[in-house]
Design a protein around this ligand. Structure first.
Ligand code: ATP
Ligand code: MG
Length: 198
């Protein structure tokens, strides 16, 4: 953590839908590391999720915007939507560093993602450009990133929630209050997502 410029957090995800676990992680990392900016980056085409239907990117972005309205330090980012195509973190990081070559980029990942970093597009180039902030996730192994990654662990109050579980509950018409911010629940209803209001 030696960069002299702006320190930018990049928390990427599918956010289908965004939930309290996500917001808590973004908040905790932003504060714990004293980052200048904390971007919550909505994947346009989450290539790791090929094979299952994903809600339209604009709907997922609208939910992220709704969730972060009360969190002025956290910025919804359209960078991957505007770029289009499959969403690779390396492209996002290069874009941020292109705009501000002195910036330091911190990529935030949950523990469930760490084991798969080796499958990420141009992961070796990414490893040389960023520091990882790793947060624990209930049920996920507490493994460290492989050799060569700069990383810090950031403690977060564990919240056993996932978008997959929430989609099932929403589709079954079950309540998700408490785990999904009220502003996001309104957004889901307005946009008729997850077969709500059918
Ligand atoms: P899905 O079940 O659809 O995979 P998800 O809840 O895992 O959804 P993603 O959009 O896949 O959400 O995750 C984006 C990022 O947020 C990942 O780095 C993931 O590890 C992290 N994350 C998601 N939920 C939690 C949680 N409850 N605690 C800590 N990290 C989380
Ligand atoms: Mg996930």
């Amino acid at each position: 953590m030696t960069g002299s410029g702006t320190r930018i957090g990049v928390f990427g995800g599918t956010f289908d839908p965004i939930h309290r676990g996500h917001v808590d992680v973004a908040d905790a990392v932003h504060r714990a590391l004293g980052l200048d900016r904390m971007l919550v980056v909505v994947a346009n085409e989450p290539w790791q999720k090929a094979g299952r239907p994903v809600s339209p990117a604009e709907d997922r972005y609208a939910m992220v915007e709704a969730a972060l309205r009360d969190h002025p330090g956290l910025e919804p980012s359209r960078i991957e939507l505007d770029r289009g195509g499959p969403s690779y973190t390396i492209d996002t990081v290069r874009r941020l560093l292109g705009d501000d070559p002195t910036a330091e980029v911190v990529v935030v990942v949950g523990a469930d993602v760490v084991g798969g970093l080796v499958t990420w597009h141009e992961h070796e180039a990414l490893r040389d450009l960023v520091t990882l902030a790793v947060v624990d996730r209930p049920g996920a192994p507490g493994v460290d990133p492989s050799e060569g990654w700069r990383f810090v662990r950031v403690p977060v109050e564990p919240l056993d929630v996932s978008s997959t579980a929430l989609r099932s509950r929403l589709e079954a018409g079950e309540p998700v209050d408490g785990e999904v911010p009220a502003s996001v629940i309104r957004c889901i209803a307005e946009r008729h997502l997850y077969a709500t209001g059918r």
